[in-house]
Design a protein around this ligand. Structure first.
Ligand code: C2E
Ligand code: MG
Ligand code: MG
Ligand code: MG
Length: 278
């Protein structure tokens, strides 16, 4: 019987493997078609001064409007896009669409000061990112200062010399540079001060424990003090309640972003709510 059961288990295992491989193949061909079928959409999350009222910009966050699965969050498909090498093409679409949207809001008399886009490791290493962005900026007609690029520490620390060169060419175009999820990577502070960085984004894991968590409070205060001493501005991510907002304002954090102030929403929903913000 043991032998029989072993065989059944094996068959079961193989069936499961086949199902998973099939799922993977389906995801791959779905993703390959998603761009041409215009299934990607950007949602926008507002960012405010620490008063919690004055709109300073929005972060563009990618979603996949899948015909069967509904609205798919980026964590479920960006790793696959990276692996398939499609993330550069999709990244171009994100930047172009974000710039087009900023221009449209301006034309509607509902200008949003700036839009931040997330840049993946593959995009940064592509070698032509600055050229691509220059083309997309020119096509949209927006002021380059209306665009912000979000990079993670790990992207910059992979090859510091190359990162310095790419950052230099990006900065020359006019967008501002922000470090996303700051505090979770392994930045060399020595390099950090040499990079042309405008903004540090305090990772939401440090905002979580505010205001009671002693460690989170100290980390947040240290990041704010360091950013300011290096001439950078600082925004806190993942603000979910008034107590966190109060702490950040009292400790001179410049800007805030989080569900308490506004969730990521469609461009039209953002336009509808736009008049509420200074
Ligand atoms: P991120 O850039 O750190 O974006 C912030 C994430 O935190 C977003 O998740 C946002 O919805 C979520 N968030 C904002 N406020 C709060 C809050 O108060 N509480 C909690 N719990 N979460 C909050 P989302 O949209 O699922 O994006 C996840 C990640 O996917 C992003 O993290 C970013 O790394 C990546 N991503 C999103 N769009 C793009 C894109 O266009 N290109 C690339 N390469 N990556 C992207
Ligand atoms: Mg981000
Ligand atoms: Mg982040
Ligand atoms: Mg992130």
């Amino acid at each position: 019987h043991a032998k029989e059961r072993g065989k059944n288990n094996f068959q079961f295992y193989q069936a499961e493997m086949n199902a998973r491989a099939l799922e993977r193949l389906e995801l791959e061909s779905d993703l390959r078609h998603a761009l041409e079928q215009q299934q990607f959409v950007l949602h926008y999350q507002p960012q405010f001064l620490a008063d919690g009222r004055t709109l300073t910009g929005v972060e563009a966050l990618l979603r996949w409007q899948h015909p069967a699965r509904g609205l798919v969050p980026p964590g479920d498909f960006i790793p696959a896009l990276e692996e398939l090498g499609l993330v550069v093409e999709v990244g171009d679409w994100v930047i172009g669409e974000a710039c087009r949207q900023i221009a449209q809001w301006q034309a509607q008399g509902r200008a949003v000061p700036k839009v931040s886009v997330n840049i993946s490791a593959r995009q940064f290493a592509d070698g032509k990112l600055a050229q691509r962005i220059a083309t997309l900026l020119a096509a949209s007609g927006i002021a380059p200062a209306c665009l912000e690029l979000e990079l993670t520490e790990s992207i910059l620390m992979q090859d510091v010399g190359e990162a310095m060169r790419v950052l230099g060419s990006l900065k020359q175009l006019g967008p501002s540079i922000a470090i996303d999820d700051f505090g979770t990577g392994y930045s060399s502070l020595n390099y950090l001060k040499q990079f042309p960085i405008d903004v540090l984004k305090i990772d939401r894991s440090f905002v979580d424990g505010l205001p009671q968590g002693e460690q989170d409070g100290q980390i947040a205060r240290a990041i704010i003090a360091m950013a300011h001493s290096l001439g950078m501005s600082v925004i806190a991510e993942g603000v979910e309640n008034q107590a966190q907002l109060n702490f950040l304002r009292e400790h001179n954090c410049d800007e805030v972003q989080g569900f308490y102030l506004g969730r990521p929403i469609s461009a039209s929903a953002l336009l509808a709510g736009r008049q509420a913000w200074g």
